[in-house]
Design a protein around this ligand. Structure first.
Ligand code: HEM
Length: 204
């Protein structure tokens, strides 16, 4: 018998898919800008720059929606990694993703409306959403308005460390997205978590 639990309100789902779209557009145009080759551009440089700027501003707006929505609804609490025993729970979850799931073992910490994320998800989502993404957005906005960049930073021209932080943070987000999509297949069925992210209902 299939059980259904309602997990995700509409605003989170709308935020999530708009955010995912913005990140994909930013990644494609960002790669075009970083590895620009006039002979063989992925997206032509000046077009890529314009799209990247617009998508970046959209991402910043979506981030405000995410933070305000989480505060207003109290959903921020889901993201807080909760000791004690957090390292042990992360290891158990890794063991499940790495081997248990392939042997048909039961999910150690299935999602519930009260505790949506297992410990590994909480640590990862918290770090991405509250550490890495704000750095990428803030450095991107400084690039858009370079008059706000410091003249010198760490003994270097102010914009250079900003550029490095932006690039490194963006690379982390892209790596996160790849592993995130892979782990998204690890629900009760390959499609379960993607379906939940669309309909809001978790079926198990
Ligand atoms: C095409 C790209 C993406 C796909 C297919 C995808 C898929 C999914 C799936 C299946 C879930 C549910 C699994 C779970 O609860 O852990 C989920 C949740 C989540 N994803 Fe993504 N994702 C994508 C991109 C992103 C990106 C780029 C970010 C952030 C930078 C992100 C952040 C999140 C967060 C924070 C949640 C938890 C939302 C909540 O339950 O409150 N996702 N995603």
């Amino acid at each position: 018998m299939t059980n259904r639990v309602f997990m995700l309100p509409l605003w989170i789902r709308l935020w999530h898919w708009s955010n995912a779209l913005a990140i994909i557009v930013l990644a494609v145009t960002g790669v075009s800008l970083h590895f620009s080759n006039p002979e063989l551009p992925l997206v032509e440089f000046s077009l890529a720059a314009r799209i990247h700027n617009v998508a970046g501003v959209c991402l910043a707006g979506l981030y405000v929606v995410f933070v305000v929505g989480n505060i207003v609804t109290g959903n921020w609490w889901q993201y807080v990694p909760k000791p004690p025993g957090i390292i042990g729970r992360c290891l158990t979850q890794m063991q499940y993703y790495g081997s248990g799931i392939f042997k048909g073992e039961k999910e150690p910490f299935p999602p519930t409306p009260e505790v949506n994320f297992n410990a590994l998800q909480a640590v990862t989502y918290w770090s991405i959403m509250y550490l890495v993404l704000p750095v990428v957005i803030a450095t991107g906005l400084i690039f858009l308005y370079p008059q706000f960049a410091p003249d010198r930073l760490f003994g270097l021209d102010g914009l250079l460390p900003i550029a490095m932080l932006h690039y490194l943070g963006a690379a982390v987000i892209v790596l996160f997205a790849v592993s995130h999509i892979y782990l998204g297949t690890m629900g009760p069925k390959v499609s379960s978590l993607f379906k939940m992210m669309i309909t809001g209902w978790y079926e198990h």
